[in-house]
Design a protein around this ligand. Structure first.
Ligand code: PEP
Ligand code: MG
Length: 316
């Protein structure tokens, strides 16, 4: 069965009634990029850049990063969404002294670090821009909570573009820039954010944690951690609608995109891109190819009436 699924994985993800979506891969290293190819993803929906920083004794240089991003882009040959550094929380670096925090997941992490360590951020953005001369590299910011953060990040990106242009280095001037939607604040303001980015990618791992105030790694309360909570599902729907109102693509790179029951629901909500770990691609594609978009939509349209996880499950 698995072998059959894998063989069918090169077929496009089109529903029985003709809606085509993308099924992309989540990767965490250049090695992962090589391994995903046999599953024929439509691209990379999330390249976690953390490994470059964590498997190192210093902040990786622009050159080191450029080589890695370029290799990923060339190997993949399709769109490659690379997320800027998402360190902090529980992810530490041996060579940088993060002060101890009482609530690391509510603390100094991700884009907050990039906007403070501007030289570190610039090295990454310059590397990403230079790699964009070799493939469809796209930039994605993590953990955005405010318009100010997005504006500031884009200002720094513009500075990097000017520098590279002055140095005569090649890059794609129209590189696509998107953001993760994984904080409640970004959901509530998605309508506005959608006017200022080229795409959204919903990070359900963190969004579930922050919406429900449930630590995603705490076993004691893991029963409460449930993306099928109607509040989380309503966030997802809102973000998809907000993106589509501005004609931007909305993807999902959180684990929920590969959830067996989640896939149909997300399809019905209108999600454009499912980014999942490589091993899940055959199954997600198969599920989509066997689904009717119109039937899935009819179910998804009723989620607004659900107020308990039980009611959601009954609908599904
Ligand atoms: C997410 O939060 O859903 C996500 C994809 O990012 P990470 O798991 O790396 O925090
Ligand atoms: Mg996250």
């Amino acid at each position: 069965k698995q072998k059959e699924l894998e063989e069918a994985s090169h077929l496009p993800a089109v529903t029985t009634d003709g809606r085509k979506v993308k099924v992309c891969a989540n990767v965490g290293s250049v090695e992962d990029v090589k391994n995903m190819l046999k599953f024929s993803p439509d691209g990379i929906g999330l390249f976690r850049s953390e490994f470059l920083y964590m498997e190192n004794t210093h902040f990786p240089t622009e050159e080191e990063q450029f080589e890695a991003y370029k290799e990923a882009a060339v190997l993949c040959g399709k769109e490659v969404i690379i997320r800027t550094l998402d360190i902090g929380g529980d992810k530490e670096l041996s060579y940088y002294d993060f002060e101890a925090e009482e609530n690391p997941f509510l603390g100094f992490r991700a884009i907050r670090i990039s906007l403070e360590l501007v030289d570190v951020f610039k090295a990454q953005l310059r590397a990403l821009l230079r790699a964009s001369a070799f493939g469809d590299v796209r930039i994605m910011y993590p953990m955005i909570i405010s318009m100010e953060e997005l504006t500031r990040a884009n200002e720094i990106l513009e500075i990097c573009k000017k520098e590279l242009a002055a140095e005569g280095k090649a890059f794609n001037e129209n590189i696509k820039v998107g953001m993760m939607i994984e904080t409640p604040a970004s959901v509530i303001q998605a309508e506005e954010f959608a006017k200022h980015v080229d795409f959204f990618s919903i990070g359900t791992n963190d969004l579930t944690q922050y919406m429900l105030v449930v630590d995603r790694g705490n076993k004691k309360i893991s029963k409460l951690y449930d993306t099928f909570h109607p509040a989380v599902l309503k966030c997802i729907k809102r973000v998809i609608d907000a993106g589509h109102a501005q004609n931007i693509e909305v993807g999902m790179c959180g684990e929920f995109a590969a959830d067996d029951k989640g896939t149909g629901l997300l399809l019905g909500m209108g999600l454009d891109e499912f980014s999942v770990s490589a091993g899940s691609i055959p199954e997600v594609k198969d599920k989509i190819r066997k689904s009717s978009y119109n039937e899935a939509k009819a179910v998804a349209d009723r989620i607004g009436d659900a107020y308990t996880i039980d009611e959601v499950m009954k609908l599904l």
